[in-house]
Structures are given as C-alpha cells and as structure tokens.
Design a protein around this ligand. Structure first.
Ligand code: ZN
Length: 68
C-alpha cells in the first residue's frame, strides 16, 4: 500500500477524517456517522461525488443490510 492518505474535514460535522488520494476529488466528504444519518436522497449521490471515511468492516456491514 503506497496510497497517500490526506486529512480532510467532514462536510457535515467538521470532524477530521482520512481520505485516500484517489478520493480527494470528491465533492463531499463525510464521516461514517454523518453518512448513516444522511437521507436516502444523499445516499444516491453518484460514486466519486461523495467520499465517506469508512472502515472496510463497517462498509461490509452496511452493504449487507442494503442487500437484505
Ligand atoms: Zn461527520
């Protein structure tokens, strides 16, 4: 892993979160808590527009719920 990690701030609560270099061009950054609190309209943002600071385990959990 030689991916650079940058510090950004969540656009919703201002908390400092981490963002990999390949997501730095996202329009919106959100921490996982704020992402969970977003209404469904926001969740439909196109990939690449929204970066969520999310751990792999949390992501799998979230995707699992969506799939049910
Ligand atoms: Zn937040």
């Amino acid at each position: 892993m030689n991916e650079k990690i940058f510090k950004v701030n969540c656009d919703f609560c201002g908390k400092e979160i981490e963002c990999p270099e390949n997501m730095m061009n996202a329009k919106t950054h959100a921490c996982f808590k704020c992402f969970q609190g977003l209404d469904k309209g926001h969740k439909k943002l196109k990939p690449g527009k929204l970066h969520v600071d999310i751990k792999r385990e949390e992501l799998e959990e979230e995707m699992g719920e969506e799939a049910i």
